[in-house]
Design a protein around this ligand. Structure first.
Ligand code: AMP
Length: 191
């Protein structure tokens, strides 16, 4: 299987590049933020609970997220692989993901870390908020999401670097330029 974690700060382009990876490599998309927003729109218990954290730019607790993931990773014979977008976001989630995949006799193939300077991130998120109306793309929430990223999520890079799975990608440029950098990495992988 080709299991990719697309990693990076909020606004680094994970969603956009995931879509291009799915089109080219036919992967199954698991985007925790999208799932939580859909749950919220449907006013499910999970959605209402998650929203209390999302509006503040905080992470939804690990146990909730991990349980949600366990229900999503179900064996489908025609599945080429997964792309994890916005997950894992903490060390606990990273370890849980490794264990979940191990149970399915597979593992993470590569972690693509989109590297984008802070000043671009804030700019991109504010612009996205104007277009998408996402209620967490406001200046104040962006600040706390970036803080959460550096404190809780970025340390995962060491975890994957130790496993020899981390590849840093320059995340500044046009969508196609960035995807070109990604393709050059993924096309070299035997899976
Ligand atoms: P995203 O669309 O990935 O930026 O996620 C939007 C919000 O959903 C985040 O700010 C968190 O509140 C929540 N969220 C998404 N994925 C996770 C995760 N893996 N762990 C905890 N919270 C998450």
């Amino acid at each position: 299987m080709l299991n990719i974690v697309i990693f990076g700060a909020p606004g680094s382009g994970k969603g956009t590049q995931s879509q291009k990876l799915i089109d080219k490599y036919h992967l199954t998309h698991i985007a925790t933020g999208d799932i939580l927003r859909a749950e919220r729109e449907n006013h499910t218990r999970l959605g209402e609970l998650a929203n209390q954290y999302m509006v503040k730019g905080q992470l939804v607790p690990d146990d909730i997220i991990i349980k949600m993931l366990e229900e999503l990773i179900v064996h489908k014979p025609d599945n080429v692989g997964y792309i994890f977008d916005g997950f894992p976001r903490t060390s606990n989630q990273g370890e849980a993901l490794d264990n979940m995949l191990l149970k399915k006799d597979t593992d993470i193939t590569v972690v693509l870390s989109l590297e984008v300077d802070d000043k671009y991130l804030t700019e991109r998120l504010i612009k996205r908020g104007e277009v998408s109306g996402r209620n967490d793309d406001t200046e104040e929430t962006i600040k706390s999401r970036l803080q959460v990223y550096y404190r809780q999520t970025a340390p995962l890079k060491d975890y994957y670097e130790k496993q020899g799975k981390l590849v840093r990608i320059n995340g500044v440029g046009t969508i196609d330029e960035i995807f070109g950098r990604i393709e050059r990495v993924v096309d070299k992988i035997n899976y």
